[in-house]
Design a binder for this molecule. Sequence first.
Ligand SMILES: [Fe+2]
Length: 382
Amino acid sequence: MSRWDLAMSPHVTGGAGARQAVGALTAARTGPGAAVLLVADPGLAATPLIGEVTASLAAAGLGVTVFSDFTGDPTAAQVDAAADMARRTGARAVVALGGGSALDLGKAVGAIAGDTAPAVAYQLCERDFPAATLARICIPTTSGTGSEATRTAIVTRADKAKVWLWGDAIKAHEIILDPETTLSLPAHLTAQTGIDALVHALEAATNGNANAANNLYAHEAIRLASRNLEAAVADGSDLAARDGLQRSAWLAGIAIDNGGTAVAHTIGHALASLRPLHHGRSVALGMIATLAWNLADDDGRFDAAARAMGLAGARDLPEAFERLTRSVGIKVSLADEFAGVTPDALAAQMARPENAAMRLSNRRRIEDGDLLVFAERVLTQA
Ligand SMILES: [Fe+2]
């Protein structure tokens, strides 16, 4: 039996309206009268959310500065600008409100603002984080990345390379899961972020690191995503479905924080490095291209994951996953976006060192020749 360990979720406050607790939860960590940096997704500017969170923080006696000057896939320079703002205002806490990009940026700022070194100094564990970090509170407004539960933040360097910062200093202290914060997410983003959560859970439950303890999270995340994704996409105002999907993404975040992902993320990252493609769609296509191949060497992990999805067994999994992907409107064919990209070029991206960890996590060993087969499949499946 192989060794395993299990990191737990940060403290969670959940349920409709839970965002109103942000002021009290933050003040309990900073003490009264502290300065707080609110990292708010610029996409939320048209919603009342930023005002509501600011009001809750102010009502708890906290001074709020808002930082929204960042993009999807935040750059290291944007992290540094936010960290400078945190230093200038003497912030004791970072509240991150938004999708995975806002959460990653906020978590990184909370880890590095206690010293003056730039974000890239901490990439790939090259340097220890400062001893003094800021309190980190995450309020996800999409249900996908699970960043609220992980010790990872991804930032894009000036040379466009995506690098990770990792450690306990990145992990949130408090998570607020309020399904009402996800109600304004459009259907196509609900679909693409939600399928990412399902892929996280499926990969954590079936890769080489999977274990019974982590499966408590992974299997429940599979159950919640597979039962709520279609309903949340069909009717964005379905609060029960939004709630189920939000908890799925959080639990899947815990699962990948402990167990990592697998080959669908190798393919997904390789695709996205060649053409602009939503992360959720790219990993779903990677999953469709490889599920049957992985099943050929199943030791029971895929069977258990399939049952969590409500299926009779692993044999039904490839068809069920593809059917769900298509039913929420995710286009499987890449013919339009990837015209001119050869399987060799895609396989070469999959083989790059930044994708090695995901490839190695896959339980069935992946040879270089397999990568070419996957590349041909993902580029031609229609
Ligand atoms: Fe993902």
